[in-house]
Design a protein around this ligand. Structure first.
Ligand code: COA
Length: 376
């Protein structure tokens, strides 16, 4: 057996093969199935990206139409799951409710306990379609409103905004959210995807693997950062205060959310698009203030430290301008990333090996067992 190597946080460790997406951290390049993310942002849309991630290549026109219709059909939630969502106390974080609801969906899934490859693929597609419906339902239920049935004529992005607000969004808002969904759909072995793959590698069910991913995404060092960015923007309050806030935060040795990355050593290519979208939508919705504070924050951070914005920095001000409540920012990340998670689960299952690293034991050894009456 090869000698074990110890690497803190598994940085630079290749933990498996994948042909879904890749990052060149030095050059700031991200591609899905070999296609550059900039190209996908310009020319594609979320439904096509889901096809690309799940099926391995771009669809023909007919394949895309059939796939779109299938995704739209699968958006509806089984009635039985809504009481689960309603049962949680008011004030429960939407990521907790989302994780619980997705776990519960396993019990209602028409493919039930069947985890053979065709059933796992169907569940993956269904969950990808349902995630947006669950997130919108969580918001409506907590506001005392009835969840809305999905509208199959709308794109995935437009339908999400419709189910959330009850109003069909304008073209600019729907397209902005669609681009955000394209940008968040996959990111190789990030923490939540790796969690999903670990669960899948035990041959646990698809819903279980996605529940593990959701639990992992919630943390502020990962998907929770977009919510934390918004809280920072609110704390800063006006662009003139950004430099002082950055000085104070760095002096207190606190991390500034939305900056830095485990892999990128230059600008995250997703941030480039989100910056521009945030500026444009902020202007259109007269909520440019949040973009301006973010830009001032970026300038102040860059002046003081060699840190680049990541995907979460400008998504916060963009989502605020789109009228999305702050605590739905991370659930919205999941609405997109479920496409990548499920693609990874299917890839893991297709060529499975149990993921089981070792630890370096640093505790005491040869400790005698002391009977309870002789302790203390
Ligand atoms: N704010 C302030 N300092 C930061 C920072 C940030 N956002 N990100 C990294 N640094 C500093 C670290 O303190 C460390 O400094 P040191 O060498 O003086 O100790 C150095 O940069 C390297 O950071 P490290 O935490 O080792 O980088 P990493 O690759 O392990 O971590 C993240 C990557 C994402 C966990 C980290 O950048 C971070 O916590 N960012 C904020 C949370 C966030 O936006 N997460 C979303 C990621 S998409």
């Amino acid at each position: 057996m090869a000698e074990a190597v110890k690497v803190s946080g598994l940085r630079n460790v290749v933990a498996g093969e994948s042909s879904i997406s890749t990052i060149d951290g030095a050059r700031g390049i991200l591609s899905y199935r070999g296609i550059d993310i900039h190209e996908l942002v310009r020319r594609s849309h979320f439904e096509e990206v889901v096809y690309l991630l799940h099926r391995g290549g771009l669809p023909t026109r007919e394949q895309l139409e059939a796939f779109r219709a299938q995704l739209a059909r699968e958006r509806a939630l089984p009635d039985g799951v809504l009481p689960v969502l309603r049962a949680l106390p008011r004030g429960t974080h939407p990521m907790t409710t989302l994780r619980t609801t997705v776990s519960a969906l396993a019990g209602f899934d028409p493919d039930g306990g069947d985890d053979r490859p065709p059933a796992a693929a169907r569940k993956s597609l269904r969950l990808t379609a349902q995630m947006a419906t669950v997130v919108a339902a969580i918001d409506r239920v907590r506001n005392g409103r009835t969840p809305l049935a999905p509208d199959a004529r709308l794109s995935h992005a437009a339908n999400f905004l419709y189910m959330l607000t009850g109003e069909r969004p304008g073209e600019a808002a729907a397209r902005a959210l669609d681009v955000a969904l394209v940008l968040h759909a996959d990111h190789e072995f990030n923490a939540s995807t790796f969690a999903a793959r670990v669960a899948a590698s035990t041959l646990a069910d698809v819903h279980g693997a996605i529940t593990a991913a959701l639990a992992t995404l919630k943390g502020p060092l990962h998907g929770g950062a977009n919510e934390a960015v918004m809280q920072a923007l609110e704390e800063i309050g006006r662009k003139e205060r950004a430099a002082e806030w950055v000085r104070e935060t760095l002096a207190a040795k606190r991390k500034i959310m939305g900056f830095g990355h485990a892999v990128y050593r230059t600008e995250d290519p997703r941030a480039t698009h989100l910056r521009e979208l945030s500026r444009r939508i902020g202007e259109e919705t007269r909520q440019g203030r949040w973009y301006e504070i973010t830009a001032a924050l970026e300038e102040a951070v860059r002046a003081g430290k060699a840190l680049y914005p990541n995907v979460d920095l400008y998504s916060a001000s963009l989502y605020r301008a789109l009228g999305i409540p702050t605590d739905l920012f991370t659930p919205l990340f999941a609405v997109s990333r479920v496409a990548g998670w499920t693609a990874h689960v299917l890839e893991q299952l297709a060529n499975n090996k149990l993921i089981r690293p070792e630890s370096e034991y640093v505790g005491p050894r040869d400790v005698p067992y002391v009977p309870i009456e002789r302790r203390g």
